[in-house]
Design a binder for this molecule. Sequence first.
Ligand SMILES: Cc1ncc(COP(=O)(O)O)c(C=O)c1O
Length: 372
Amino acid sequence: MDIRDFRLERYMAQHEFSAPFLLCSSDCETLSIQDLLTFEDQSYENFLNLKLGYTEAPGSPELREEISAWYNAIDSNDVIVTSGAEETIFIAMHVLLRSGDHVIVQMPAYQSLHEIPKSIGCHVSPWHMVEKNGAWHLDLEILHDLITPNTKVLVINSPHNPTGYQFSASDWAEIEKICSDHSIFIISDEVYRGIEHNPDTALNPMADMSESALSIGVMSKSLGLAGLRIGWVASQNEEFRKKFQAFKDYTTICNSGPSEYLARLALKYKDQIIKNNLSIIHENMDILHTFFKSYADQVTWSAPIAGSTAFPRLVSDTPVETFCDKVRKDTGVLLLPGTVFHVETPHFRLGYGRKNMPDILGRFEQYLQSRI
Ligand SMILES: Cc1ncc(COP(=O)(O)O)c(C=O)c1O
C-alpha cells in the first residue's frame, strides 16, 4: 500500500503532547473513567469485574443497541463497532472501492477521506467548499458537474471539520436524491453529530435516509471520549455490512472490552454529556464573536454553525505555517495551519469545545496585540 503521510496526524503527533496550550483540538471536554462510572449504580463493580477475553466481533449487543437508539431506521444489527472512526473510514473505503473507480470528496477534509481512495488507485475529484460573505458554501450544481458514469462514492462530512459548516436539510435531501439517481454510495462522516449549535437544525443521519449510504459515528468528538477508541459504522445495506465485517478480521477483529463497556455507559447518558459540551461551545462562541470583531484587521472568520472547530483566515502575507510556528514558540499556544488540510489559503483551525478555551485564547490575543 502506497500512502502519503497524514499531515494533520503527523503535526499533532509532533506537537499535541508538548505544546502546553491547545487551541486547535477538535474534540469536546473529556471525562474520566470515574465520571462515567458515577452515572450508574453498580457500574463501578461491574467494570472492575469485567473479564478481559475477546469480545463479539461486531461489538457487544448492548453497545450496538445503545448506538442504534441514536438513529431512526437503524437497528442494532445495522451497526458494527470499530476502533475509532479512522478504522471505519479505512475499512469502508476498501470494501466499496477498487482501483480506477471515481470518488467525489467534499474538501477540505480529514485526510483519510481522500487519501485512502487515492491509495486504492481511485480518481478523486474534490468538491470544494467556498467562503463567501462570511459563510462557507457548497454548490450542488458543481456536484452535478463532477459526477461521471464511473462515480462510485460521494464522501461528505457534516458537521464539518474544520469549517464548522453544516448542510441545510434541503441540500442534504437533494444530495441523497442525486446519489440515488446515479447509483452512488454515500459515505457520510457524522463524527461531530450532536453538537449542532442550534439542535433544531440537526440533520437526519444519512444511514437513516438511504440504503445506499453509511453513517460514521464515534465517541471522540461530541462526547469527548477519544481515548476509548470506539467508533462505528451504521448502514441498512446488508451486503456492505457483511463485507465490512469480513474485512475487519484483518484489522482489529474485535474491540476493547473495557472501552465498549464505558462507551455503552456514556451513550446511555449522552444527552447529559452533550448538553454540557454544548453549553461550553455556546459560551466559547460568544467569546469568539467578540474576539474576531476586535482583531478583524489580523484574523477573519466565517462563524461556524455546528461542531467544535472553526477555520479562520490570517490577514497577512506571512505564510500560515510560519505564523502558527511563531505563535507556538512565543506563547505555547498550538494552532493548526490549513496546509495540513491541503488548503493553499492562509487558514488555520481553531477548536472551541473545551472549558479552557477562553484562557488559551487570551494568550493568543496577547500575541496579536504584540504585533500591533
Ligand atoms: C471528520 C473526521 N472524521 C474522522 C475522524 C477520526 O476520528 P477518530 O480519531 O476518533 O477515529 C476525525 C478526527 O479528527 C475527523 O475530524
